[in-house]
Design a protein around this ligand. Sequence first.
Ligand code: G1P
Length: 292
Amino acid sequence: MTKKLTKAVLPVAGLGTRFLPATKAMAKEMLPVVDKPLIQYAVDEARAAGITQFCMITGRGKIALVEHFDVAYELESTLRQRGKEAEIAALREAQLAPGDIVTVRQQVPLGLGHAIWCARAFIGDDPFAILLPDDLILSDTPCTQQLAEAYYETGGSVVAICEVPPDQTNKYGILKIGADDGRLVEVTGLVEKPKPEDAPSNLSIIGRYVLLPDVIEHLSRMERGAGNEVQLTDSMARMIGNTPFHGLRYKGQRFDCGDKVGFLEAQIAFALRRPEMAAQVRNFLRKYQEPA
Ligand code: G1P
């Protein structure tokens, strides 16, 4: 029987070295796109897919991420005294119900696979989503919801995929594919960050997954892969053949917010979606266009 998807794991232990000095004393997942931190986009996307239980895999210096989803009692009461109802509503949106979020410390930076393994007690025997907050997705139907639908259809693991330029396969997990109906792709193999000449395709995994819990037993072996890290991709590859495994060409636009230019583009794209500022943003953008 296909179990209901209610859990999400958010790996947020990374050091954010690409954004130094901004991330010297602040978690990179707290960087805002317009007015919402990256972590909240991930949580909101998961909530829209019916997910109610969250586990953040954190590390040192990541306390703000925990605080962000807590009740901000003093701030709320100050805002109430000042009659700032809209601001109170914004605070409440960033709140999770008591017991709906737990954190686990990764303690040692051994890779994404190790981070997910750290959530094994939270995952138990249930399917779970993974959202990498660096990957921000603008779409009409939230990407995790699209994955959840594909999970209920196939009863197996599903990863969000997109085509990447052939010379960039060494930045991603890459699929080896079987049957392809244009939307869902049967995955027959997975390779983490292959050189372009070794890549089995140019279809890459982006930071959204729905996985069956059997991935944990494979992760437990702690085998090192690309970059001498415990790679999630390697353990997912071991699941293939035992349970259904598909890639989903999700509908939407992905922004790599782990990259400075990708992050800037996300600011513009998300601002243009906001009715209260879209016209102003469009106006100022004209100033920066190169003359024709
Ligand atoms: C991770 C995964 C990789 C995936 C990518 C998506 O890599 O290991 O398979 O394609 O996320 O963003 P990272 O970006 O952490 O190097």
